[in-house]
Design a protein around this ligand. Structure first.
Ligand SMILES: C[S@@+](CC[C@H](N)C(=O)[O-])C[C@H]1O[C@@H](n2cnc3c(N)ncnc32)[C@H](O)[C@@H]1O
Length: 221
């Protein structure tokens, strides 16, 4: 029943998402974020005027964020371990008529990571340090690296420890796939370590939204 309802939410969200300038087939797989999660994130960017958006895990989320941010002073920084995948995403942007003028891709291969208490690899932090702009991040979207089986279930943990010192005073973090035990544990660990509050939005594709408790929040759900 919940599955059916969340698919209905996706159908509704899909109609509300902005349309791409050109009509072209977009392969939307199980690896991609759900339309209902993307709607919450685009609501967040718009309502809370987020301007420095970092995402871990390029794909359809990059396309929608780039579409929303094109022609504004907002910036999207999209990190992926797989440069070839990012080329595919950039090719899709071109086919769909999406400007990537506001988007920076960083290809950072998987490397052992000092920020993983679980001994798991994360994106090469030297590459990120070299390529990231100085600006403070006000939206962090964590939908990578791959974490789909037990041995790598907590692969996404380093994102907030690594980026915490670069976050703006007021910020929001989205962690996708919180239907999975690994991501739910990461959300709990981050909430505790960085005194964040928030919720898992089960009817919005199981994306978790965390923010400092003192943030003045409008509804983005
Ligand atoms: C959960 S996906 C990220 C998806 C992205 N945020 C989106 O909304 O499409 C995590 C990683 O899987 C890889 N990936 C994405 N789509 C894929 C596909 N169709 N097949 C295999 N790997 C994929 C990419 O390297 C990506 O960073």
């Amino acid at each position: 029943m919940n599955q059916l309802m969340s698919r209905q939410e996706d159908a509704i969200a899909f109609n509300l998402l902005p349309h791409f300038p050109k009509s072209h087939f977009l392969p939307w797989t199980e690896s991609a974020m759900r339309p209902s999660s993307l709607l919450v994130i685009l609501n967040e960017v718009t309502i809370h005027n987020r301007s420095v958006i970092v995402e871990c895990g390029s794909g359809i989320s990059t396309l929608y964020l780039s579409l929303l941010c094109a022609g504004t002073n907002k910036k999207v920084i999209s990190i992926d371990h797989d440069a070839a995948w990012q080329k595919i995403v950039a090719g899709q942007a071109e086919s769909l008529g999406i400007s990537l003028a506001s988007t920076q891709f960083i290809a950072a291969p998987m490397k052992p990571c000092a920020h993983s208490p679980f001994g798991l690899e994360w994106y090469d932090t030297e590459v990120i340090n070299k390529e990231m702009p100085d600006a403070k991040i006000d939206l962090l979207l964590v939908d990578g690296p791959l974490a789909y089986h037990a041995a790598i279930a907590k692969a996404r943990y380093p994102a907030l420890p690594f980026f915490r010192s670069r976050m703006a005073d007021d910020f929001v973090v989205f962690l996708d796939d919180c239907n999975r035990a690994g991501e739910r544990e990461i959300a709990q660990l981050w909430s505790k370590a960085y005194a964040l509050t928030g919720q898992i939005m089960q009817m919005r594709g199981n994306v978790c939204m965390l923010h400092p408790p003192q943030s003045h929040r409008y509804n983005v759900y």
